[in-house]
Structures are given as C-alpha cells and as structure tokens.
Ligand binder design. Sequence first.
Ligand code: ZN
Length: 327
Amino acid sequence: MDNVRPEIVFIQNDAIERLPEIVSRYGKGLVVTDSIIFKRYGERLAKTCDSDPTWVLVDKGIPNDLQVEGIDVIVGFGGGRSIDAAKLIAAQTKLDWISVPTAASHDGIASEAASVAHNGYRYSKRCKLPVAVVADLSIISDAPVELKQAGTGDILCKASSLSEWKFAHERYEEPFVQEAYNLVRRALDQVIRDDRLETLVRAEIDAGRAMYLAQSSRPCSGTEHAISHAMERRNHALHGLQVIFATPLCLHYLEARGQALYSRDFMTEVISERGLPRMLEDLDLTLEMFVDDIHHALKIMQRRNRHSILADVEDEELRRVILDLYT
Ligand SMILES: [Zn+2]
C-alpha cells in the first residue's frame, strides 16, 4: 500500500511553504492555476522559490500554445478546474504532477481521473495519480463552507457506493478489490467519527488511491453518483451535495437486502447533523424531477455494466419511499 502514490503528503497549516522544496526534487515546475488564486498567492509562492515558477492560467481552459519545454513537473494549484487541467497537462506531457488543492470539495483532489467537458456533457478521463499532495489547511479552511460540506458528502455517500459494490460483486460477480474496499471503508468511518478538515482531506486522498487500486471508480461511485450525473442535466448543486442527497434512498433498498454498511436512519441523522441536503426542497427538486433523474441514472448504471440496487424497484413504490424520506 505504501508504494501507491502519492508518495509525499503534507496536510498542515502553511503547507505551501514546503511546495518549492518538493518541486525542486523533480526539477522545474509549471504551476497550473486560475487568475484568482494567482492574484492571491502568486507573490507569496514566488518569494519562497529560488527561481520564479512558470505559471499558466486556465480560467478559459488549457491554452493551445502551452509551452512545456524545460518543465519537469506540473503543479495543480486551485479548485477542481485547475486540478483537472494539471492532470490533463501531466497526461499529455507524460510528466508527474503535484496536487495543491485550495478546497476539499470532492474526492478528485488526488485521484487519477480528470473531469472533461465535451459538447455539454462531462465525462471522466483517466490520467495518473499525483506524486505529491500539498494540502494547506490555512488556505483550504478559507474556502466557502459549502465546499467542505460537499467534500463531506462525497465521502459519506460511500456508505451507499461501498455497500452496493460488495452486493453487486457477491450477487452479480462485478470485479471487486478488497484492499480498495478497506481503504474507502476506513475513510468513511473516519469522516463519520470526525468532522475535522484534515480528516476529510486524508479521506479524499485515500478515495483516490482506492480508485487506482480498483482500476475503476466503482468503490467510490454507485447509484447515488449516477443519480447526481442525471441531476447535472438541470440541477447546479455541488456534486458532493447531490450524491449525499441520493444516499438515503440507496441505503433504504440496500438495507432491505441486508447489505447496508450503515443504516438509512443512521446516515440520515449524520446528514442532518452536518447540515447536508435532506429534503427535496433543499436541492430545489420536485418528486417528478427526482424520479426522472433516477430513471436516467438507471440507464447510466446499465451502460456502465454496474448493477443498481434500484434496478427492480417499481415506480409507485419508489414515489412512496421518496415522499416518506424526502418531504
Ligand atoms: Zn464523487
């Protein structure tokens, strides 16, 4: 397990002070960021570096004329967009990359998958794991509270994805990797017990490792994720808020089959305690919109050859359970 990247992980206040030293182990760095982060931290970072780092701003996407001559390592510094751009540039150039997240809003901060927009749809492109993660808690704790909540949701929802994965493996012979399961299970348990930012960041890094070990997003992504992808067609809530919203519904049916890692009621309580969305109105949804999202999600699951715990549920019964759980 120890040989799985990232090899270097710093999660602490003022961690970016360590960044120049880490970058210099690899050579010259190209820092991929957006103009807001550049304005806020560019000077501070330049001061701690022996030589000025090269910056590329990806507010409008990766520039076509990007120059990487003389560059040895890519640094993704910022939110999801900058991290994704760094992953893609690293994949294109075959260079290693370092993750410097400024928010803990999802489990992609140290994963190999980059989210790519194409013709209005988002799909996931497999790149590679970062060699290092530098998570500066003083920066991440400055991010809007909703981003931490979304990150928490993206870990807590593993109660559903892990349970469904194990069930789909035992019942339908979906590929299963015990080590990946254990890693996500531990991350989930820790975030249930402990609301600290440091715990959340560690859990997100481990989720990235688990998806690498499984060579699939399946440990971290079940029907609750497919529902979120369906919601994205018209709902703009953060990913982590959508996936945790769909979690009690999946747990309801997993529990009925004796397959839930945590009970529906227990997770609903945790969701309420953490101030995460629970009711249809919290995500501006109607019953019919949610049911339509579920129908669409089932098609996504089928297309990916993944068994959904909601696959055989009748519509009338589904509506009844939703009204019971979400209103
Ligand atoms: Zn997710």
